[in-house]
Design a protein around this ligand. Structure first.
Ligand code: ADP
Ligand code: MG
Length: 303
C-alpha cells in the first residue's frame, strides 16, 4: 500500500507546553483521513508539521515518501493547503488571487489564467471572478481558498477545519467538492470538530485529546465498537430508571436531567422504557460519531 503520510511518535512542544505528544498514524494514497479532537487538542499543530509549516520537536514524519525535515520544499510543491484562517489578499479580485498564487508554483500567463478559471468553475465561483475578495461571503471565501490549494494539482490536499463557521448550504457545497476530488483519487487530510463532517467524508480517522491519540478507525467501526447501534435518550426520567438499567446490565450515561443509553438493538428496551419511565421526552435514534466523541473525550468544556 502506498502511504502518503507516515507519522511515528510525532511530538510538538511550545516551551513547556506539549501540543502533540507521541502521535503515530498513517494515511494511505487515495484516502480521506480525519484528525478530530476538542479545541486545543493539537490538530492544527499536527497538520502544520505535515505541511512543513512548523518543524517537529520529535519523532519522524514522512509525507509523499519524503522526510519532512530534509525535503520540505519538495513536499510543499506537491501538496495543497487550506489553513484554518482564510489568508487571501482582500484587495485583489477572485481571479487575481489565484493568478498571483500560481506564480509561486511557476505557473504564469495563459496557463495560470486557464487553470484558475477551471478551478473557479469547479468551486462554483466563476460568476465572481472579478469580485474583490473582501466582498465575498464566508462560504465563497472558503471556496476560493480551496480552489487556490488545487492550483498545483496536488497529490495530497490538507484542510484545517474546512467548514467551520459556514452556513449549511456552503458546508454541503464544500463537502460535495471534496467528495468529487476524493473520487478522482486525491488523498485528503482534514481536521474537524464536526462529527457529521467526519462521518460523511473520512474513510478513517483518529481522535486526539490533549495532544495524544485516543482512538483510530473507520467511522462505522468506531460507532459499533464504542457505542453500539442505537441510542435511547430520556429527558427527566421517572425515578428508578438508573437502577432498572443497571439491573439490565445496559451501558448508560447519567447527565442528571437526561439519561443516554447505548444499546445494540434498542427496540425492545425502548418500548419498556416508554411504558415505565418516560415523563418527559423519550427518543431512540441511530448511534453517531458524536456519541463516540463525547464518550471518549468527555463533556467538559475546553475554552
Ligand atoms: N505557536 C504556538 N505557541 C504556543 N502555543 C501554541 C502555539 N500553537 C498552538 N499552541 C498551543 O498548543 C495546543 C494545541 O493547539 P492547536 O494545535 O491549535 O489545537 P487545535 O487545532 O486542536 O484546536 C494549545 O494548547 C495551544 O494553545
Ligand atoms: Mg486548530
Amino acid at each position: 500500500m502506498n502511504r502518503v503520510i507516515e507519522a511515528e511518535h510525532l511530538r510538538k512542544t511550545f516551551g513547556t507546553l506539549v501540543a502533540v505528544d507521541d502521535l503515530s498514524f498513517s494515511v494511505d494514497s487515495g484516502e480521506c483521513f480525519g484528525i478530530l479532537g476538542p479545541n486545543g487538542a493539537g490538530k492544527t499543530s499536527t497538520i502544520r508539521m505535515v505541511y512543513a509549516f512548523s518543524p517537529p520537536s520529535g519523532g519522524t514524519l514522512r509525507v509523499l515518501g519524503l522526510d519532512i525535515t530534509r525535503r520540505a520544499r519538495s513536499v510543499k510543491s506537491r501538496i495543497g493547503v487550506c489553513q484554518q484562517e482564510n489568508n487571501i489578499d482582500p484587495d485583489l479580485s477572485v481571479l487575481q488571487n489565484l493568478e498571483v498564487f500560481a506564480r509561486y508554483y511557476n505557473i504564469s500567463g495563459a496557463e495560470a489564467t486557464g487553470r484558475s478559471r477551471e478551478l473557479l468553475r469547479f468551486m462554483a465561483l466563476d460568476h465572481r471572478e472579478n469580485t474583490r475578495a473582501v466582498d465575498l461571503s464566508g462560504g465563497m471565501t472558503r471556496r476560493l481558498v480551496i480552489a487556490r490549494a488545487l492550483l498545483n494539482r496536488p497529490e495530497l490536499l490538507i484542510l484545517d477545519e474546512p467548514t467551520t463557521g459556514l452556513d449549511p448550504q456552503s458546508r454541503h457545497q464544500v463537502w460535495e467538492r471534496l467528495e468529487e476530488l476524493r473520487a478522482d483519487g486525491l488523498s485528503i487530510l482534514l481536521t474537524t470538530h464536526y462529527m457529521d463532517e467526519a462521518a460523511r467524508l473520512c474513510d478513517r480517522l483518529i481522535i486526539v485529546d490533549r495532544g495524544r491519540l485516543v482512538v483510530e478507525g473507520k467511522p462505522s467501526d468506531l460507532i459499533r465498537r464504542h457505542v453500539g447501534r442505537h441510542v435511547i435518550e430520556v429527558t427527566d426520567p421517572a425515578e428508578g430508571m438508573p437502577a432498572f438499567l443497571r439491573e439490565r446490565g445496559v451501558v448508560f450515561e447519567n447527565l442528571g436531567h437526561r439519561l443516554v443509553v447505548d444499546v445494540e438493538d434498542g427496540t425492545p428496551l425502548y418500548r419498556e422504557i416508554g411504558e415505565r419511565f418516560c415523563n418527559g421526552g423519550c427518543i431512540m435514534r441511530m448511534a453517531t460519531l458524536e456519541d463516540v466523541f463525547l464518550r471518549l473525550t468527555g463533556r467538559d468544556l475546553r475554552e
